[in-house]
Write a protein that binds this ligand. Sequence first.
Ligand SMILES: Cc1cc2nc3c(=O)[nH]c(=O)nc-3n(C[C@H](O)[C@H](O)[C@H](O)COP(=O)(O)O)c2cc1C
Length: 492
Amino acid sequence: MAYGSFRQFVDALDQAGELSRIAVPVETNLVLSEWANREMKSPGGGKALLFEKPMIDGKPSEFPVAINTMGSRRRMALALKLESVEDLAQEIQLILKAKPPTDLREGWSLLKQGLNLLHARPKHAREGACQEVVHLFETENRKPETGEFSLNDLPILKCWPKDGGRFVTLPNVHTRDPETGARNVGMYRMQVYDDRTTGMHWQVHKVGARHGKRYYERGERMPVAVCLGGDPAYTFAATAPLPDGLDEILFAGFIRKKSVELVPCKTIDLEVPGDVDFVLEGYVQPGETRPEGPFGDHTGFYTAVEDYPVFHLTAITHRRDAIYPTTIVGIPPMEDFYMGDATVRIFLPVFKMNFPELVDMALPPEGVFHNLVFVSIRKQYPYQAFKVMHGLWGMGQMMFSKYIVIVDEDCDVHNTSEVLFRLCANTDPERDSTIIRNPSDSLDHAPSSQNIGSHMGFDATRKLPGENYHRSWPELLKMTDQAQAIVDALRR
Ligand SMILES: Cc1cc2nc3c(=O)[nH]c(=O)nc-3n(C[C@H](O)[C@H](O)[C@H](O)COP(=O)(O)O)c2cc1C
């Protein structure tokens, strides 16, 4: 069953031998980050780290810090309570392919899918564990006093030396469309400006930014709730590139096979999962922006200072035994690679539904999510590789894919060396590449202007008649099965 708290997940990591506890005091200003970076760079993503005595500028923090909790394939599966994330992909595939059952076995499996979907619906409660401790800030009649609990009491990291300050790096940001009432949860980092104010880094293409625009147009204050911790399924759902309008809370309920129990916030009109560790309640004021950054980013570079909306806190509520979850991003591979990797594997059936020829897909760590996409296809007709590229460029956040390389089905896209071999061997650059214009990832520093740029696709498949290739395509070297079997036996 689902995790009842983030602490339960941390304990599960411990039992699985996936956690290192750090009992010595460690400063949250750069030192914790340096420790975590070394761990994330160790083979297979190292271990999750629980810093039991984090220090905030020399003062002990009330809350421990957990980092790298999803930073390996095994821990990512543990986070979603699965043996392997492929199990979830299989469930999604079953739902996508659902048709009336023809026998009892199919009937049972359809019933199970129906039950899983039932869990997706959230429940509602009046209060939750996330409100065991309540710190109210600015309400109509009450202003905060100095020395009161504030953001400064959370062990928020300064990640890299030239960062503009401390950043909340694993926030699940809850917003609502003021017109339709649709909810969204996205992960947008938050720079701490002072004890009650942060930046809100929703990039222009993201749903939070779209909701914000609606409030600004109406001139209304926008309620925002930021959750930290709880079942890691919430955090994963916040990062997943779900289509705008597909509710992350429903998706989280589906993943954890248990309804999310929502509770009303104390100072704003929004609901949050009751079992998270911290809730930062507050609002964004229409039109108010402030310089955000620099920040040592996923790209491995500092992203420059830019204006972003400002988040004003009206309350912080938390569990009594809360653990502060965080991550750092930087030169790959980092923890976020494993989150992105799980996303691709889980949503492969959705891609396959759109592209029946698609066999497999990988976003290698060197490409930091969108910069490099490898796709294998079962090719039937000329220019099919180009059709797939253009389709991907039109699909949600796949629009950011800078380089797409399409290979034949017998190439393992998870082996970068094999893909590069096909790319180099099978392409005539002029004939087999295309360059298009598309929106670019806001974090990409290479395009001349932010948010727009060019993307390139390579057709590294074998050429079919009709693809402007006027010779006979050579055969790829392959040893006979018999010779392989003999050597296997001799070497045993
Ligand atoms: C660790 C981490 C940090 C992220 N930080 C940001 C960020 O600061 N701003 C942003 O727009 N997207 C950020 N993202 C990506 C978004 O969370 C992701 O695109 C998500 O799908 C957005 O949700 P939405 O489509 O509901 O807006 C981050 C992702 C991860 C894994």
